[in-house]
Design a protein around this ligand. Sequence first.
Ligand code: NAD
Length: 642
Amino acid sequence: MTDISIRIIGQAGRITLQRPQALNAMTYEMCLAIEAALDEWRADPAVKLVVMDAEGDRAFCSGGDIADMYATGTAGDFSYGQKFWADEYRLNAKIFEYPKPVVSFLQGFTMGGGVGIGCHGSHRIVGDTSQIAMPEVGIGLVPDVGGTLMLALAPERLGEYLGTTASRMNASDAIFAGFADIYIPEGKWPELIAQLETTGDTVCLVPETPAEIGPIQSQMPEITKHFRGVGLSDVLTTLENDDSEFAQKTLKQLRRNSPLSMACTFEILNRLRGSNISLAKALDLEYRFTARSMEHGDFIEGIRAAIIDKDRNPKWQFADGTVPATAVSKMLLPLGENALDLQTNTSEGHGMNIGFIGLGNMGAPMAANLAAAGHNVTGFDPAGTTAEGVAVAATSVEAATGADVVITMLPNGAILRSVAAEMIPVMKSGATLLDCSTVDVESASAVAADAQAAGLLAADAPVSGGIGGAAGGTLTFMAGGSEAAFATVSPLFEIMGQKAVHCGASGAGQAAKICNNMVLGATMIATCEAFALADKLGLDRQKMFDVVSTSSGYSWSMNAYCPAPGVGPTSPADNDYAPGFAAELMLKDLGLSQQAASAVDADTPMGELAHALYKKFVEDEGGLGKDFSAMLPRFEKRNREV
Ligand code: NAD
């Protein structure tokens, strides 16, 4: 192949991209050739390190070659693109994890797919012509090839800025943002490459200091100020309300790009940040988007406008910049059996046997997501509820027998204890009992101790995110238990959720959960009483939402689960307050936090009052069986004296 030269020189495996006329854009064949070379050199003692460079002075690599994707995608064949991305991402992961040094020399443009091969190695060298960027949102994709990992790890909100504006970084900025390691003037590169080949040692790579700090770094205060919002609409709003040169220029950049792609970029970075951030997770999330991008995203239209018709006037979906949360979730839902598989030839037979006990509002969609991801799930619920793709067992014992992992999603600690007492004796040795219900810390710890005594692993991992999060696979898990238990169930958290935090030993997950829900109970009451007050002040509910949801009063209760019917995203209020999250479950959680507060002598007056209000609501005011947001009609009826 003439587009790439692969050879061994001295002690170095050498890869040179040689398509300078196409800015070294990477074709599918080049991608496979690089992977084959890396596989061959991994265990070859003659190869001490790998050196990658490119011909011509304009670009190391300007991206992946997308023309073929357009041709196949417009013909309704999405599989070519999916295969290209899956194979390319596997290569990116191989470079990232390569056991030998990988040195890349990044002159001129290094963009998109070029970042994927040039910016995951151990020594990433930049010089005075270097310009590095993730410009995918401009063609209806999201930053991919593992780029979201670096964006998520970049200082403050720089990742959001770079990923949505597609701004180009010079050498200094690229080092600041974590896309490069070492600045060395380009005139010295040929000699350095020769030394690397001869010695097989990277000691010759002595960093120098770029002349001055980069323009992007010097704009960090503005970037932080404008990009710290929750999502795209927040950022657009603050920029629109600022006349500064930075704000106007940034707005112009954002308006060129696909709103759906930008909103999904925010969501991916948000999901990635946290304790279990990894390249594999970044690539998996990116692939969820790219695999759907031709059929449901803006990718075909993006390429048409950029390189086919070259009119630079793409007709994006959601062109006004308002992207509904459902559109983002749809692009980022788990792909089930079509999920990215970074290990070639192991696509078969890696599903776990999972028993799922409690197929209620939360359990059913969680179990369905696990089944859709290729696991063998057998469920049980005495109410006779089922879930898509889940086999039904006649008892919890039947569902638990032979399972690798048993997950419980039950109403309370007493039920958990009785169900666990039946199942633990029949579970196979070494299996894991994972309780995701919200229960008291004592029940969680007692069940975990019984499970461990029987030779099982155990974790308590209650969730946050509600039924929407359960259905969309975007829950947050707060886990307690051993490292081994956490590691075993982490792949399942990645399917059912967007974030899992290992909070400590058994019971720590429940401790985190009751603190979270104490905040939630109090904010829901505050949100409901504010709507009732606004009504009486003659304020329109939609206006109230428009203000509070983008002002300092915003919260999950207001923004994602608005208790006022017809206002905000769809919530139980729009379904006559059918739960959702039942008021009695909120009462249970507030009771748990008060129980815990009294056990450790913590002062929680707001939590105490919220508990008293929900108790009255559930026990005396008809709240039983309603969603916990049904507090709003309660407040509507009341006056100050009541
Ligand atoms: P739910 O009442 O809809 O579901 C609980 C299910 O458990 C029911 O279907 C019930 O039939 C089943 N069940 C009861 N006894 C059982 C037994 N002995 N064996 C097997 N199954 C049994 O409740 P949910 O909303 O799905 O909540 C489940 C758990 O998740 C609770 O602990 C809750 O606090 C917590 N949670 C709920 C939400 C939410 O928004 N709904 C959010 C976070 C956490």
